[in-house]
Design a protein around this ligand. Structure first.
Ligand code: ZN
Length: 172
């Protein structure tokens, strides 16, 4: 089911512009770049169908979700140096539920530093309040690279690259 006027449905169906386009799709999900004032490289996993509650996800979509989430975080780990990729789901409009969209946000040391050391939900709140949209050219560049990474079936597990390992060893 697609709902006209639902941002998620409209983006997936091409009724609204989606910078970077669809990066990857499974039978039940699409991955795209976030629309809104978060940093370049922040991706969104949305069910193709208009689903507004995790409790309502069909079995097939539920089974696809874990591998897709892992794959998506591997892509953002490959394309940047996040201290930690955040994963969150709000999908909460004023007084109503919205189309599910899991946000995968690569949070780097530089991003934290640029926001006075804020982390987690406080960092996101500051970014949303500031309202600074990512540069469209950078979004397109990131998405081209991400699309290629998603197409690579042999994308390796993370935990191999030195910077992330070093951070983990320091107990960050
Ligand atoms: Zn929808």
């Amino acid at each position: 089911m697609t709902v006209v006027g639902c941002l998620g449905c409209d983006l997936i169906a091409g009724r609204r512009p989606l910078p970077g386009g669809i990066l990857h799709r499974t039978a039940s999900w699409v991955v795209s770049h976030v629309v809104g004032p978060l940093n370049v490289g922040t991706l969104v996993l949305s069910p193709l169908a208009h689903v507004t509650a995790i409790a309502d996800l069909p079995d097939a979509a539920t089974a696809e979700f874990g591998p897709l989430l892992r794959r998506t975080t591997r892509v953002v780990e490959e394309l940047g140096t996040p201290e930690q990729p955040y994963v969150c789901l709000w999908a909460h409009g004023p007084g109503h539920r919205r189309h599910l969209h899991f946000v995968v946000q690569p949070v780097t040391a530089d991003l934290v530093a640029a926001h006075g050391g804020l982390r987690s939900e406080r960092l996101q709140a500051a970014m949303l309040a500031a309202g600074v949209e990512p540069d469209p050219t950078e979004v397109e560049r990131f998405c081209a690279a991400a699309r290629a990474r998603f197409a690579d079936e042999d994308l390796p597990a993370r935990g191999l690259a030195a910077p992330g390992e070093a951070l983990r060893e320091r107990g960050a």
